[in-house]
Design a binder for this molecule. Structure first.
Ligand SMILES: Nc1ncnc2c1ncn2[C@@H]1O[C@H](COP(=O)(O)OP(=O)(O)OP(=O)(O)O)[C@@H](O)[C@H]1O
Length: 276
C-alpha cells in the first residue's frame, strides 16, 4: 500500500516502482493520519518522514526490530512524547493537527487513549480504577458510574471474572486481568482510538490469547493501533501492518500482503525471521 519513497532502502531494487496511494484502496474513513512526521530526541532523528493513515474500526499493527521507532511513533500520536521529543510534520486526528497549540491535550488523550506495555492499574479498587477519570471529569452520579464500570469491564472481557469483587484491589488481579482492567479504564472515557504499546509482552499465552480476543471484539467500536514484537500476533489480529526499520516506516499494507508478499526485501527478511 505505502512504501516510503525517500527511505534509504528505496533504491535497493526490491521496491515496486508504482507506489500505490493508500487512498485508492481504502473504503473506511481515515481517523488518524501522519504527514511528513519526524521525531527527534535531541540530535537523534528517531522517526524519519512517516506518512501513515489509520482507518476507522481497523486494527493496525506496528512491527519492526528493537529500536526501529515503533514506540516513538505510537507515543507521538497522542503527544505522550511532549517534553521528551521534538516532533515536526502533522498528526491529523479527524483532520485536526494534535500538535496545534490550542489543542486541549487532556481532551485529545481522552479521545486517543493509550495502554502501556506493563499493566499499570492504580493502587485502588477495580471500581475506582474505572471511575477515576470520570470523577475527575465531574461525573458523580452513582448509577452513571456503575453503568460505566459494567459497560467498560464487559467491553474489556473482564466483567464475568470480577463482577462480584469490584471493591477488591486492582493489584490483586493477575497480570492479564490487570491489563484488561487498564483497557477497561481507557474505554470508560469513551475514546475513539486506542493505542497499545506491546500490551501482551508481560502476559502468559492464555492471557495473551484472551487479550487478542478482546481487541478483535473492540475493533467493532474503536480504531486500534498496536505495537507488537510478536509477528504471529500481528498476523492474527491486525487488518493493516506497518513495518518500521531504523526510524523509517518502510512498508505499510494490508496485513495479509505484508506477511505473504511484501514489496520491500527488508520486510520480507523481517517477517521471515531473518533479523530482529
Ligand atoms: N526517551 C528517549 N530519549 C532518547 N532516545 C530515545 C528515547 N526513547 C527512545 N529513544 C531512541 O529512539 C530510537 C527508537 O526507539 P523506540 O523505543 O521508539 O523503538 P522501538 O521500535 O519501539 O523499540 P523496542 O521494540 O525495543 O521497544 C532508539 O534509538 C532509542 O534509543
Amino acid at each position: 500500500m505505502l512504501i516510503n519513497p525517500s527511505s534509504p532502502h528505496s533504491d535497493d531494487g526490491w521496491l515496486a516502482r508504482n507506489i500505490v496511494d493508500p487512498s485508492l484502496k481504502i473504503s473506511e474513513p481515515i481517523v488518524l493520519e501522519t504527514k511528513q512526521l519526524h521525531v527527534y530526541y535531541g540530535d537523534n532523528e528517531a522517526i524519519h518522514e512517516a506518512d501513515l493513515k489509520f482507518l476507522e474500526h481497523q486494527i493496525s499493527a506496528l512491527i519492526g526490530p528493537s529500536g526501529s521507532g515503533k514506540s516513538t511513533f505510537l507515543r507521538s500520536l497522542n503527544r505522550m512524547n511532549d517534553g521528551v521529543a521534538r516532533v515536526t510534520g502533522e498528526i491529523l486526528y479527524r483532520g485536526v493537527d494534535v500538535n496545534r497549540s490550542e489543542i486541549d491535550v487532556y481532551e485529545m488523550r481522552r479521545r486517543i487513549g493509550m495502554v502501556f506495555q506493563r499493566p499499570n492499574p492504580f493502587p485502588k479498587s477495580i471500581y475506582d480504577n474505572i471511575t477515576f477519570a470520570l470523577k475527575r471529569r465531574g461525573i458523580t452520579d452513582k448509577q452513571t458510574l456503575d453503568e460505566a464500570v459494567e459497560t467498560s469491564l464487559k467491553q474489556a472481557a473482564l466483567w464475568d471474572e470480577v463482577k462480584d469483587q469490584l471493591k477488591k484491589s486492582a493489584l490483586a488481579l493477575s497480570g492479564g486481568q490487570q491489563q484488561r482492567l487498564c483497557i477497561a479504564r481507557a474505554l470508560a472515557v469513551k475514546p475513539d482510538i486506542l493505542l497499545l504499546d506491546e500490551p501482551a509482552s508481560a502476559l502468559d499465552p492464555v492471557s495473551t490469547s484472551k487479550l487478542e480476543e478482546t481487541l478483535l471484539q473492540l475493533k467493532n467500536d474503536y480504531t486500534i493501533i498496536i505495537v507488537t514484537h510478536n509477528m504471529q500476533q500481528a498476523a492474527r489480529i491486525s487488518d493493516y501492518t506497518a513495518f518500521f526499520n531504523m526510524g523509517w516506516a518502510l512498508e505499510y499494507d494490508e496485513t495479509s500482503q505484508i506477511f505473504t508478499s511484501p514489496q520491500v526485501q527488508l520486510t520480507n527478511n523481517y517477517v521471515a525471521g531473518d533479523f530482529g
